[in-house]
Design a protein around this ligand. Structure first.
Ligand SMILES: [Zn+2]
Length: 90
């Protein structure tokens, strides 16, 4: 099953206010929630998201473990970046 993208997503926010994070976080319920909360906190790019620690993310109102797990699945935490990418040349 192909993953939906911003252009095929039924959510209004994705169509009307697309951000770089939409396709990264996914277009299911958790992806949308995480994306909306991040946008409200002024984070709308993968670059900005990469600089966020778990603690900073969880300090966002309503941003729970489910959203955190989704973000971490797609974007490694700053302190784990070197380990996660250790085998790939930069
Ligand atoms: Zn969407």
């Amino acid at each position: 099953m192909p993953e939906p993208t911003a252009t095929s997503c039924a959510a209004r926010a994705c169509r009307d206010y697309p951000t770089e994070l939409d396709d990264v976080l996914g277009h299911d319920q958790v992806g949308h929630l995480a994306r909306n909360l991040l946008c409200r906190s002024g984070i709308s790019t993968v670059c900005e998201l990469r600089e966020m620690t778990d603690q900073q993310l969880l300090s966002i109102d309503k941003f729970g473990q489910r959203c955190l797990a989704r973000v971490r699945e797609k974007v490694p935490a700053p302190q784990s970046r070197s380990r996660a990418w250790a085998s790939a040349p930069s």
